[in-house]
Design a protein around this ligand. Structure first.
Ligand code: GRF
Length: 216
C-alpha cells in the first residue's frame, strides 16, 4: 500500500516537483495525494496541477491564530486521507500541537548540514563561516525550528568563487535527489525515529567520502 502523502509549500515548489516525479513510479512507496500552499498564487501550485495532483490554497493571512490556520490544514489533510506530510519550502512555523499530532509522519528539507545553519540565509552564512562542505538535510520535524531526527543528508563542496546563489544552486540539485530518496525510506517504513535518532533497516552501502578541496 502506497502511503498517502501531502506536500506543504509556500513558493517555487522545485522540491515538491522532485517528490511528485519520484512518486510517478508505481513502485514508489508514497503517492502524492495533495499539495497545499500557504500562499495564493505560489508557482508550485501550477506545477502540481500540471502533474495532475490535487491542490489547495490555505492562506495563513485569513486566520486569526496559528491554531486556526493549522485546524484548516488538518481538516484538508484528513479529508484527503493523508498519512504522511512533507514540508517543502513551507514558510510557516508550526505549533507544538500540530507537530505532535504528526510526529513520526512529518518531514522537512533544510538547505544546510544540520545542526549547522538553522533558519534562513543558510548559504550566505555558510560562506561567511568559511566551511568547505555544505549540503542539505531531510529530518523529522520537531517543534523547534529546523531540528529533529535526521533521515538523510547530502554534501556538496563549497568552491572558491561561490556566491550564495551558486552555492544555493549546487545544494538545490542535491536536495532534489535526497528528498525523494528520504521519503522513500520513510514511507516504506525502513527509516524511523527512535528517540532523537533515525534508525534505518538494512544495509545502505558504504557511500563515498567527499573531500573538499580535493586531496592532491
Ligand atoms: C529549499 O532550498 C528548501 O530546502 C528550503 O526552501 C527551499 C524551497 O525551494 N526549505 P523549493 O520551493 O522546493 O523550490
Amino acid at each position: 500500500m502506497r502511503r498517502k502523502t501531502a506536500i506543504l509549500i509556500s513558493g517555487r515548489g522545485s522540491n515538491m516537483q522532485a517528490l511528485i516525479e519520484a512518486a510517478g513510479d508505481p513502485d514508489y512507496p508514497a503517492e502524492i495525494a495533495l499539495v497545499i500552499s500557504s500562499r495564493p498564487g505560489a508557482p508550485g501550485l501550477k506545477i502540481a496541477r500540471g502533474h495532475g495532483v490535487k491542490t489547495r490554497t490555505i492562506d495563513h493571512r485569513r486566520f486569526k491564530t496559528r491554531e486556526d490556520f493549522e485546524a484548516a490544514l488538518n481538516k484538508a489533510l484528513e479529508k484527503a486521507g493523508v498519512d504522511l506530510v512533507c514540508l517543502a519550502g513551507f514558510m510557516r512555523l508550526l505549533t507544538e500541537g500540530f507537530v505532535k499530532h504528526w510526529q513520526g509522519r512529518l518531514i522537512n528539507i533544510h538547505p544546510s548540514l544540520l545542526p549547522a545553519f538553522r533558519g534562513i540565509d543558510t548559504h550566505a552564512r555558510a560562506l561567511a563561516a568559511g566551511v568547505k562542505i555544505a549540503g542539505c538535510t531531510v529530518h523529522f520535524v520537531r517543534p523547534e525550528m529546523d531540528s529533529g531526527p535526521i533521515v538523510m543528508q547530502a554534501a556538496v563542496p563549497v568552491l572558491p568563487d561561490d556566491t550564495a546563489d551558486t552555492l544555493a544552486a549546487r545544494v538545490l540539485a542535491a536536495e532534489h535527489r535526497v528528498y525523494p530518496a528520504a521519503l522513500r525510506l520513510v514511507a516504506s517504513g525502513r527509516a524511523r525515529a527512535v528517540g532523537e535518532l533515525v534508525v534505518i533497516d538494512g544495509c545502505l552501502g558504504e557511500g563515498a567520502p567527499l573531500y573538499s578541496p580535493p586531496v592532491e
